[in-house]
Design a protein around this ligand. Structure first.
Ligand SMILES: [Zn+2]
Length: 301
């Protein structure tokens, strides 16, 4: 846990970074793009539309890209995409279906008109400012702020802020946290399309204490730094995307004891580990760091 806390100090600099341990697999590193030193974030952030290729995710959530994405409609009957200027409402079709389904569920709850959807992916995925992951069209940030209306203007979607759900640095939920939040998160986790959901530790413990029935969905709820203004849903690789890399599955069990340990460590931080390696600054990814297919994805019409 001490080692995890040290990593966390580095990762809190990024707004959404729940997957530091994910290393590239040798199989995706090809000689084809070995010398491509272009900054991958600059390459992918400069492209404003999807590639005209069959839909497919390449690589891992933190080191990959996605071909043939679709765009989440800016406004739907039960959702609005936020921060439209970022052009991050693109994803795999399964991701768009998933968030629409979840927003319909949210709209059935008292006080919720649906969901405010934060960052998904760039039109072709790839590295994106403010995130470590969100690179393969399979990650979604959902605002914790319950939508009271779904007619926000573009300008309002730039200026409105979500609200924090935490107190005591994330050890506990605050008075904005409701049972409806837990119902939305439970629905998100019960969906077989989701692989992990990241939320601050106090929220996970609250859900562990709340659930009186089947606890198996709690396994997917992963405590992480940040994630008190939004929670982060990660989907599994679509069947058939053979170059898409899933994370190692979460450990068996509901993970509640682990979440309680996070909380204890927030309240009483352990002394620093004298043997911990010094934090290494995160290097920006180059095109050569991504799966070779991502060069073609970026170059596609
Ligand atoms: Zn995220």
């Amino acid at each position: 846990m001490v080692r995890l806390l040290a990593i966390g100090l580095i990762l809190t600099l990024a707004s959404c970074a729940p997957d530091s341990a994910e290393a590239p697999r040798a199989s995706t590193i090809s000689a084809q793009n070995a010398g491509d030193t272009r900054n991958a974030k600059q390459v992918f952030e400069a492209i404003s539309f999807a590639s005209s290729q069959p839909t497919e995710s390449f690589g891992g959530h933190s080191r990959g890209c996605v071909a043939g994405t679709v765009q989440l409609a800016e406004t739907g009957p039960t959702w609005q995409a936020m921060r439209l200027s970022r052009n991050r409402n693109w994803a795999q079709p399964v991701t768009v279906d998933y968030i629409q389904d979840l927003s319909r569920f949210a709209a059935s709850l008292p006080g919720w008109e649906g969901l405010y959807v934060g960052d998904m992916s760039l039109p072709r995925g790839g590295p994106v400012s403010g995130h470590v992951s969100h690179q393969t069209g399979l990650d979604i940030d959902v605002w914790m702020l319950p939508p009271s209306r779904l007619n926000l203007t573009r300008a309002e979607r730039e200026s409105l802020s979500s609200i924090s759900m935490r107190r005591a640095a994330g050890a506990y939920t605050n008075s904005s946290w409701t049972e409806e939040h837990m119902r939305v998160l439970r629905e998100a986790a019960r969906d077989p399309r989701s692989e992990r959901i990241f939320v601050f530790p106090g929220a996970k413990v609250a859900m562990c204490n709340w659930e009186t029935g089947d606890r198996s969905w709690l396994r997917k709820i992963r405590p992480w730094w940040g994630h008190h203004y939004h929670f982060h849903i990660r989907l599994t690789c679509p069947r058939g995307d053979r170059a898409c890399e899933n994370q190692t599955p979460p450990p068996p069990g509901d993970g509640c004891a682990d979440a309680e340990e996070w909380v204890r460590n927030i309240l009483n931080p352990p002394p620093p580990d004298p043997n911990a390696p010094p934090p290494r600054p995160r290097r920006e990814l180059t095109m050569a760091d991504l799966p070779a297919q991502c060069v073609a994805v970026a170059a596609s019409e």
